[in-house]
Design a binder for this molecule. Structure first.
Ligand SMILES: [Fe+2]
Ligand SMILES: [Fe+2]
Length: 174
């Protein structure tokens, strides 16, 4: 693993923090709207729910894919118990993908409801909190694993490998 690759992996973890914070901001808005107005400001509540759905589809799910394509391989290779940890993280991605699908389906239901829509708004809000809770715990687990990885890489000097191979190449050429 090169220093650049490690840097890229750090930016994935930084994205985690930003995503958790962004989702919390959206949640505060939707919860206030749904609870304070008892659904009277329906358009604003609906817009906030759509924003959460767009956030998940546009930011969170691509982030999961990016992790599955890069970060998780590092965890598998570098951490004792890495494969088991990755299996847990993948299961959590899968759970959040399923919850997103359910959220999207229920959100679409609102198009067909009239007076009875407030309980659905409350339920969607509650689902949003559940997803945020799972996401925050998941991101914390990834942050901890990344810390462990970096400590191990630094201890073994793996990150310095490209430099070593360059000097070996140089030695062979001389
Ligand atoms: Fe993540
Ligand atoms: Fe993840």
């Amino acid at each position: 693993m090169t220093p650049q690759e490690i840097k890229n992996l750090f930016s994935t973890i930084e994205q985690d923090h930003e995503l958790v914070a962004a989702q919390m901001g959206l949640l505060k808005r939707i919860t206030t709207t749904v609870l304070d107005t008892e659904g009277r400001d329906y358009d604003q509540a609906l817009e906030s729910l759509h924003e959460i759905e767009r956030f998940m589809a546009g930011k969170l799910l691509p982030h999961f894919q990016e992790e599955e394509d890069g970060l998780f391989q590092l965890f598998r290779d570098e951490l004792p118990g890495g494969p088991r940890l990755v299996a847990e993280l993948e299961a959590e991605h899968s759970e959040l993908r399923t919850q997103h699908e359910q959220f999207r389906a229920e959100l679409a239901l609102l198009n067909y409801l009239d007076e009875s829509r407030h309980p659905v708004l409350l339920h969607l809000c509650s689902m949003s909190w559940q997803m945020a809770d799972l996401l925050a715990k998941h991101a914390e687990k990834e942050r901890q694993a990344m810390n462990d990885c970096v400590k191990r890489l630094l201890a073994t000097g793996t990150a310095a490998e490209p430099t070593k191979s360059h000097s070996e190449q140089a030695a062979r050429c001389s």
